[in-house]
Design a protein around this ligand. Structure first.
Ligand code: FES
Ligand SMILES: [Fe+2]
Length: 338
C-alpha cells in the first residue's frame, strides 16, 4: 500500500527543505582530489602532443620514448603558447612559438638562444596512471588512493573502452550519486533486487564505497553485482550475469565546473571462449550497459541535484553526501593550466 504523509497537508507558506549542500566542483577555486580520465590510451602517442580540457584549464598529453604517458600543464611558461600545437622532438615537447623544449619531468631542457634557462621554466606534471584503456591524471601532487583492479589480473582480461557521446552538463560526482541511490536501481532501471536494499552491507573508505546485491535484470536474467564508486569520478561494477562474469567501469572526466564526459569500459576473461566469442560477449555487454547508462543520463542531464527531503530509503545516499562533503579539495595546478 502506498505510504501517505501522517500529518494533514500544510497549506503554506511552502518552503523547500534542504540538507547541507555538497560544494560544486570549482567552488572556492578548488576541485575534489580524485583520479580523472583525460583521454583514451590510444590518444597518447610519442608522435604528437595533444591538448585536453581539465579542471577548468588545459593540459597536454604525450608519450615519452619509453612509452610512458604524461599529463602536464598546456601553457608554455615563457609567454603562454598552447603546447598542444607544438611538436614532439626526441620524446620532448617543443613550443611552437620560440622552440623552448620540455622533458618528461616537465622541465625546460633547452632553448635556441644562449640565455640561461630560468628555474621557473617548468610545467605542472600531474600524477598519471593508465588503466582500463584510459589515461588518468590525479588532481594533486601525491595520490591518496589507487584505481582498483578487477577480480582477475589485467593480463587475463580483454577490455573494450569508448567515450560515450557529448559532454554532459553536471559534475562527475552527480553522476556518481546514482550508485548510492539504491532506490533508482528498481524504479529507473527496472532491475529487481532480492530482499531489502542492502544499506547495511555497504563498505566505506575515505575514497570509495561498495555494496553487493543479487536480483533480476530487465532482460529476465539473474544477476549478482558488486558495485561502487571510487573517488568522485568513477562507477565500478563486477557482475555475474546469468553465470558469466564481466567487469564494467564508467569513469567521468572533469573538464570544467558542471561539465563531464562519460567513458564506458567493459571487460571479460580471455579464457571464456574463442577471441570471437569474447568479442561477441563484450559487444552484448556494452550494449546492455549502454542502455543502463542512457536511462541514467536521461535523468542526470537535467537534474539539479541537492540533498533535499530524504527518507529512510536514502540512507546510503545520505551517507554519500557526507562522503562528498568530506572529500579533500585543492587545485595545485591552477596557475599553470589556465
Ligand atoms: S611562448 Fe613558448 S617558447 Fe615562447
Ligand atoms: Fe543507474
Amino acid at each position: 500500500m502506498p505510504r501517505t504523509a501522517s500529518e494533514p497537508p500544510v497549506t503554506g507558506p511552502f518552503r523547500r527543505a534542504f540538507g547541507r549542500a555538497v560544494p560544486a566542483e570549482g567552488e572556492g577555486g578548488t576541485f575534489t582530489q580524485s583520479w580523472y580520465p583525460i583521454c583514451m590510451s590510444s590518444a597518447a602517442t610519442p608522435d604528437f602532443v595533444r591538448g585536453f580540457d581539465f579542471l577548468d584549464g588545459r593540459v597536454i598529453v604525450f608519450r615519452d620514448k619509453e612509452g610512458q604517458a604524461h599529463v602536464m600543464s598546456a601553457y608554455c611558461p615563457h609567454l603562454g603558447a598552447d603546447l598542444s600545437i607544438g611538436d614532439m622532438i626526441d620524446g620532448q615537447v617543443r613550443c611552437i612559438y620560440h622552440h623552448w623544449k620540455y622533458d618528461a619531468a616537465g622541465r625546460c631542457s633547452g632553448m635556441p638562444s644562449t640565455d640561461p634557462i630560468p628555474s621557473a621554466a617548468r610545467l605542472f606534471k600531474f600524477p598519471v596512471c593508465e588503466k582500463y584503456g584510459i589515461v588518468w591524471a590525479y588532481n594533486g601532487t601525491e595520490p591518496h588512493y589507487v584505481l582498483p583492479d578487477f577480480d582477475f589480473p589485467d593480463e587475463e582480461l580483454v577490455f573494450k573502452t569508448k567515450i560515450f557521446g557529448e559532454e554532459v552538463p553536471v559534475d562527475p560526482w552527480v553522476l556518481c550519486a546514482n550508485t548510492p541511490d539504491m532506490q533508482h536501481i528498481r524504479y529507473l532501471h527496472g532491475i529487481e533486487i532480492n530482499g531489502d536494499n542492502p544499506h547495511d552491507t555497504v563498505e566505506w573508505t575515505d575514497h570509495s564505497m561498495f555494496y553487493q546485491f543479487a536480483g533480476t535484470h530487465v532482460t529476465g536474467d539473474p544477476v549478482r553485482h558488486r558495485v561502487g564508486i571510487v573517488g568522485t569520478s568513477m562507477y565500478f561494477q563486477s557482475t555475474d550475469f546469468a553465470g558469466r562474469w564481466f567487469g564494467f567501469v564508467s569513469p567521468f572526466s572533469l573538464t570544467r565546473p558542471g561539465r563531464s564526459t562519460v567513458y564506458i569500459t567493459v571487460c571479460a576473461r580471455k579464457d571464456m571462449g574463442t577471441p570471437e566469442e569474447v568479442d561477441q560477449f563484450l559487444e552484448e555487454i556494452a550494449e546492455l550497459e549502454t542502455r543502463v547508462v542512457l536511462d541514467d543520463l536521461m535523468n542526470m542531464q537535467t537534474i539539479h541535484l541537492k540533498p533535499g527531503t530524504l527518507t529512510r530509503s536514502d540512507l546510503t545516499l545520505s551517507r554519500f553526501f557526507d562522503y562528498m562533503r568530506a572529500f579533500p579539495r585543492a587545485h595545485p595546478s591552477a596557475e599553470f593550466i589556465s
